[in-house]
Design a protein around this ligand. Structure first.
Ligand code: ADP
Ligand code: MG
Length: 250
């Protein structure tokens, strides 16, 4: 096979030119797991394989309920085919419960339910450390228009409802998550779609299940989040085996 052209290499993924114009291949690396502090990132063995599956699962689900995403199909363990989009340089964050940055900035204890989902924007520029920006900045600097922002909020809230529901169904609380949005063009007609990834790296998840008989406690971060979420959602790749007791088949 001819060597593919690498378009971009980030912390967590590599983008290659796709087989047709307007497509890209996303390769999920094991690097780029959130590290102990917000500026650090680490590697977690096998997380690329699991995030590829998780992003496939969420994006295909969104496509199926009419929320447009870049996802076309998974190619193999670490790669998926996506539509190439013109990425809006923002990380769109939707928060349902106070945590992280919001708790620190506003002094709201981690875990506090928010009165309604809150949408925030962080400016994505490689020279900066994702500063929080307002709609004023976004419109004044031309990163997106007011109409785009209205569409982005509507998209982000639909994704939030879908993801929150899916997670709740498997005993998992979606405290917050981040999205990247891209533009695609059908002739002169522009549409906004969900791009990048929806995975264990882009969601802050808290475990609502507690061991039988354990005392009631505040939900905490989910342990082994990549494999645990994949297991709960039933999207573990078949050749990743886990030690379980043999079961009798009648
Ligand atoms: P980063 O370190 O910048 O977060 P990643 O390792 O996550 O990068 O690599 C993914 C890169 O690909 C990001 O810069 C993201 O904006 C970009 N990207 C994601 N989806 C698409 C798409 N459909 N079209 C074009 N670019 C995309
Ligand atoms: Mg990224």
């Amino acid at each position: 096979m001819a060597r593919r052209k690498k378009v971009y290499e980030g912390k967590a993924k590599i983008l290659y030119e796709g087989p047709e114009p307007g497509t890209l291949i996303q390769y999920f690396k094991d690097e780029g797991a959130p590290g102990p502090s917000s500026e650090e990132s680490a590697a977690a063995e096998g997380k690329g394989v699991l995030n590829n599956r998780l992003s496939e699962f969420f994006m295909a689900g969104l496509n199926a309920i009419g929320v447009p995403t870049h996802f076309i199909r998974r190619i193999n363990m670490r790669e998926q085919l996506v539509r190439e989009a013109e990425i809006i340089p923002l990380q769109v964050v939707v928060r349902n419960f106070a945590a992280g940055d919001l708790s620190n900035r506003l002094g709201i204890p981690e875990g506090t339910p928010l009165p309604r989902p809150i949408v925030e924007y962080y400016y994505k520029d490689p020279r900066l450390n994702l500063p929080l920006v307002s709609e004023e900045h976004i419109i004044a600097f031309g990163w997106a228009s007011q109409q785009d922002l209205d569409d982005i909020i509507a998209l982000a809230l639909r994704v939030n409802d879908f993801l929150s529901g899916v997670m709740l169904g498997v005993g998992t609380r979606l405290a917050d998550f981040r999205l990247e949005i891209g533009r695609i063009w059908d002739g002169d007609f522009m549409r906004l779609i969900v791009a990048d990834e929806i995975s264990a790296d882009s969601c802050r998840l808290w475990d609502l299940r507690r061991p039988e008989g354990a005392p009631a406690s505040e939900p905490g971060p989910m342990a082994d989040v990549y494999s645990e979420l994949a297991r709960r959602l039933g999207v573990l790749p078949s050749n990743v085996t886990h030690a379980t007791k043999p079961t009798l088949i009648n």
